[in-house]
Design a protein. Structure first.
Length: 289
């Protein structure tokens, strides 16, 4: 499916594209742009929050004003309640290399936070929002779409002749829509905690660090997100199977190497709480003594 762009500005007010310029005294921060459509929908679904889907182009002064608007600290903070997406087919913004978590990554100079490739590729997701039908549809820019957690269009805020769409209006409408959708909405800070728990679970499970794996699975099990609760439950089931497997090993060791057998029982008793394997290991130890 191919889409065309209709620039909403009159040619007279179009100016060449370029890097966003800092305004004196204005904090220049980076919105948390999603790296890909799949990541955006995944995060929004787990958090049960709306996606703010910004569709830009280059060349219009009005759009540049919108870029400046969303890169203010006030927007960056408030928009964390949602997932943010930027769509721009152009990649000529220039890039800079920054270090994130010890790794050098490329960042678009106009939007920050992502490389130009990300906002160019995001264009392909337009058809997935259900907002446009048929081939060669024309899309007016700029627009900001408020999408539901699953990525479907709920409200389109059009530029109406190329006017700036204030980010404060977008945030207000998105919040009202989200309240109507109902359910619990996960804050960004909580999302970071949950993401850390998911990473911790994976690392600890692979390393056989049962105590940390157990803590991570229990954290996920208590999440407000059903998806994460299921992940936590699955983790606990795996831990339960692993605990039973180690109990058998400890039992076998008792006859060949009693000290090692006791050591393993002790480990299971300490690291598999509150699973039944922990209780059984403690009982086995008590019976030996
Ligand atoms: Zn760019």
């Amino acid at each position: 499916m191919r889409f065309g762009l209709m620039a909403a500005c009159a040619m007279a007010i179009c100016v060449p594209s370029g890097t966003a310029q800092d305004k004196k005294g204005q904090e220049k921060e980076t919105p948390l742009w999603a790296e890909s459509w799949e990541e955006a929908v995944k995060e929004a679904t787990i958090r049960n929050v709306c996606i703010l889907y910004h569709i830009h182009g280059d060349g219009a002064q009005k759009i540049q004003e919108m870029v400046d608007d969303v890169r203010k600290g006030s927007y960056v903070q408030a928009s964390k309640a949602f997932v943010n997406v930027i769509v721009n087919q152009n990649n000529g913004h220039g890039e800079e290399t920054v270090t994130v978590d010890g790794q050098e990554v490329r960042r678009c100079k106009r939007y920050g936070g992502i490389p130009c490739d990300s906002h160019v590729k995001m264009w392909e997701s337009i058809s997935k929002t259900g907002a446009v039908q048929g081939d060669n549809a024309q899309i007016m820019i700029p627009q900001v779409w408020i999408l539901g957690p699953g990525g479907s269009l709920i409200e389109a805020k059009n530029s109406n002749g190329g006017n700036v769409i204030p980010s404060s209006d977008v945030l207000k409408d998105a919040m009202q829509i989200m309240q109507k959708l109902g359910g619990e909405h996960m804050s960004y800070d909580k999302w970071l905690q949950m993401s850390a728990a998911r990473g911790e679970w994976k690392r600890a499970w692979e390393k056989g660090d049962w105590k940390k794996a157990m803590a991570a699975a229990l954290t996920l099990k208590k999440s407000s997100s059903k998806i994460l609760r299921i992940e936590g439950e699955q983790g606990l089931n795996k831990m339960s199977d692993k605990g039973d497997e180690l109990l058998s090993q400890a039992h076998s060791l008792l006859s060949s190497n009693p000290e090692e057998g006791k050591k393993l029982y002790k480990k299971i008793a300490e690291e598999f709480k509150p699973l039944s394997a922990s209780r059984k290991a403690a009982e086995a130890l008590a019976a030996i003594k």
